[in-house]
Ligand binder design. Structure first.
Ligand code: AMP
Length: 194
């Protein structure tokens, strides 16, 4: 199996690059942001609770997203592997993911981190907000809060994966194909493919 954590702040290009990686490696895409937005669209109780936090740019509780990932892993037992996009975002989530995968006798192969500076991120997100219609992409204060949450709670995961020799940084500024090729080069260092 090939299990990749695609890492980086909001607006780094994780969604765009996930689509290309999924196609090339036939992986299942697990984006907790997409899963939460689908709960909101279906107006579930979980979705309504999560929306209150997402609209402020705050993280939803660990137990909620861990539960979602657990059930997706169970639904896709035969998968070639997974791309985790926007998950894990806290140390507790990273530990839970390691445990869930080890129950399935597998593990994370690598964390690929897309690096983009804050000014560029804000610019990209405000631009995306015009098309995506996402409330959390349209307000500069919410965007800055999301980046703050990332820096406080998520960025430290670099150390978690570095300690396992799984952390690889990739420049997230450039053309989509340039960045994709850089990601594939990193994957080829940890995983044999044709
Ligand atoms: P994203 O689409 O990944 O940018 O996520 C949008 C929002 O969903 C975030 O700002 C959080 O409020 C929430 N969210 C998504 N994934 C997670 C996660 N792994 N842990 C906590 N909150 C999350």
């Amino acid at each position: 199996m090939l299990n990749i954590v695609l890492f980086g702040p909001p607006g780094a290009g994780k969604g765009t690059q996930s689509e290309k990686l999924i196609e090339k490696f036939q992986l299942i895409h697990l984006s907790t942001g997409d899963l939460l937005r689908s709960e909101i669209a279906q107006q579930t109780e979980l979705g309504m609770q999560a929306k209150l936090l997402m609209d402020k740019g705050e993280l939803v509780p660990d137990a909620v997203v861990i539960g979602m990932i657990r059930s997706k892993l169970e639904q896709n037992q035969e998968a070639n592997g997974f791309i985790f996009d926007g998950f894990p975002r806290t140390a507790a989530q990273a530990e839970a993911l390691d445990n869930l995968l080890s129950e399935k006798n597998t593990s994370i192969n690598c964390m690929l981190a897309l690096e983009v500076d804050n000014e560029e991120l804000t610019k990209r997100l405000l631009l995306r907000g015009k098309d995506s219609g996402r409330a959390d992409d349209q307000n500069e204060e919410i965007i800055r809060n999301r980046i703050k949450e990332y820096n406080n709670k998520t960025a430290p995961l670099k150390d978690f994966y570095s300690a396992q020799n799984k952390f690889h940084a990739v420049n997230g500024i450039g053309s989509i194909d340039e960045i994709f090729n850089a990601l594939c080069t990193q994957i080829s260092a940890v995983y044999q493919y044709n």
